[in-house]
Each structure stands twice: as structure tokens, then as C-alpha cells.
Design a protein around this ligand. Structure first.
Ligand SMILES: [Mg+2]
Length: 271
């Protein structure tokens, strides 16, 4: 990345750049993506925005030989790391913003407030982080659980935003409780500001429910073709309501091929 890239590509990892199945065709799509991005690197900044924590994000990047990003936004956008050489360092200013957004507390307080709610199960320790608390729940009970979670959070006066999605493999509901005021969208806009880029110069690519806010944040959005019909319909309807239809592209290509298609659509490879 040059000191001042013209464009920032911010892409989700799982289901967007990293396929859920490992086939030769998928490997080829990722390697085409890598070649195209590396060829444009002089003017293109790269960031990944993922639910994974730093170590797991790094593992995914290595396993799929993805281009090393300039920024990594982990834990559903609640942590931001900047790369120097091959080392990633947490951005302390962003961490301060997260703590302030959570009313001076951290995700431990959220886990305590929600522990013991019927139907809600805390995900494993590697899924938890300083400012993100993550749970699973039976998808069929989503409206009841979302009500009881909201009630418990307001009783504890915790300013938290809830992001739910459905695990495409297990069918379970996934719930992330994050500091109020944004998730992946906030991290993406924060990095854009660091790089002096307007939202117009940012392309965000994603595939699922926790990517919606970033896709609809005013940047240029790419929804990859493997997104579920439910997510596609929701993104299409919200983009239209917000007057953002020309800023959100629904790709037909899946995963990395869909991201490349979106970059072409928005003219990143143009001259
Ligand atoms: Mg994803």
C-alpha cells in the first residue's frame, strides 16, 4: 500500500474470500483474486473485516494464501490492527473508542448480564474478546430470545448492539453483542478516515447478516453471489429504502470470484 491509496478494499473473510468448501475451483478463484489485487496494490489498500480473532484471521489468510492486508479488523469489527512488515499491532485509539461506546465497560460485563438466559449458550472462549460477547441459540426461538436479551441488557444499562445471523453449516443462530453504534461498519469507516478516504473510495464485500450494516454504510458494497436468498432480499430492500441501490452491487459470482466481479463493476481495474 502506498501512503495514500486511492481505494480501500475491505472484505469479510469467511464466506466472502474464504470459501466454506476447499475445492480446486475455489483455490483458483482465490488465486485469481490474489493476482488481481497484488497487481493493483500500488493504489489499492486492503483490509479484512472478520468475526475471527487475530490469530484465527491470520491462520485463514495463510491457509488460503490471501494477500497480506494493510489492516485487519477482527472480532466483528470491535478490534482494529495495523500491519507493519509482517506484524499486526492493535490500534489503541480504536480500543478506547470501543470502551467508551460500551459505557466504560467491556464484554465481560455483557457476558455476566446475559449468563443464564434460557436458550442462550455462550460460545467457546476463542470466540470471546475484549469488546465482543458471542452466543448461540436455537434459530426457531429467535424472537423470544432477542426480547429477553434486550430486556437483560437494558436492566444492566449496557449500551450494546446485537447482531444475529444463522450458521449456514449448523443452522444455529449466532448472536454477537457489540458496543453500541456500529460493528464492521464502524471499523471500516474508522480505517477510511485514517487513510483520508471518503466512503466513496471504499469498497466493502461481504456475504451475511453481520455484513449488512457495512454494505449499507454509504461505501460501495459488494454482496457475493453465495449469500443466502434471505440476506440478498434484505440487502436489496434496505439499499432501495436508503437510496443506495447504485452503491450496493449484488454479484452473481460466488466468494472470491464475486468480490473480483464487484471490483470490476465499480471500476477498480479501469484506467
Ligand atoms: Mg462471512
Amino acid at each position: 500500500m502506498t501512503a495514500t491509496p486511492d481505494t480501500l478494499l475491505a472484505a469479510d473473510l469467511d464466506g466472502t474470500l474464504i470459501p466454506t468448501i476447499d475445492t480446486p475451483a475455489q483455490r483458483r478463484a482465490v488465486s485469481d483474486f490474489r493476482d488481481a489485487v497484488e497487481g493493483a496494490r500500488a493504489s489499492l489498500g486492503v483490509a479484512y473485516v472478520t468475526g475471527r480473532h487475530l490469530e484465527l484471521a491470520h491462520e485463514g489468510i495463510t491457509a488460503w494464501a490471501l494477500p497480506l492486508p494493510d489492516f485487519l479488523m477482527c472480532d466483528v469489527g470491535t478490534s482494529v490492527y495495523r500491519r507493519t512488515g509482517d506484524h499486526f499491532e492493535a490500534d489503541p485509539i480504536f480500543a478506547g473508542e470501543m470502551r467508551a461506546a460500551l459505557g466504560g465497560r467491556n464484554a465481560g460485563a455483557v457476558r455476566a448480564a446475559l449468563s443464564g438466559l434460557e436458550g442462550l449458550t455462550l460460545q467457546g472462549e476463542t470466540q470471546q474478546s475484549d469488546f465482543k460477547a458471542s452466543f448461540t441459540f436455537p434459530w426457531s426461538q429467535r424472537s423470544r430470545i432477542s426480547e429477553s436479551v434486550s430486556a437483560a441488557l437494558s436492566a444492566s444499562r449496557l449500551p450494546v448492539d446485537l447482531v444475529t445471523s444463522r450458521d449456514p453449516e449448523t443452522g444455529l443462530g449466532l448472536l454477537d453483542a457489540l458496543p453500541a453504534g456500529g460493528a464492521k461498519d464502524r471499523a471500516v469507516l474508522y480505517v477510511a478516515r485514517l487513510l483520508n478516504l471518503t466512503p466513496d473510495q471504499v469498497i466493502f464485500a461481504g456475504d451475511s447478516g453481520n455484513d449488512e450494516a457495512a454494505l449499507l454504510s454509504g461505501v460501495r458494497g459488494v454482496l457475493v453471489g453465495n449469500a443466502s436468498e434471505e440476506v440478498r432480499a434484505s440487502v436489496r430492500a434496505k439499499a432501495s429504502r436508503l437510496g443506495l441501490s447504485d452503491r450496493v452491487y449484488l454479484a452473481s459470482g460466488t466468494v472470491a470470484a464475486g468480490v473480483l466481479e464487484g471490483l470490476s463493476h465499480f471500476g477498480v481495474w479501469g484506467d
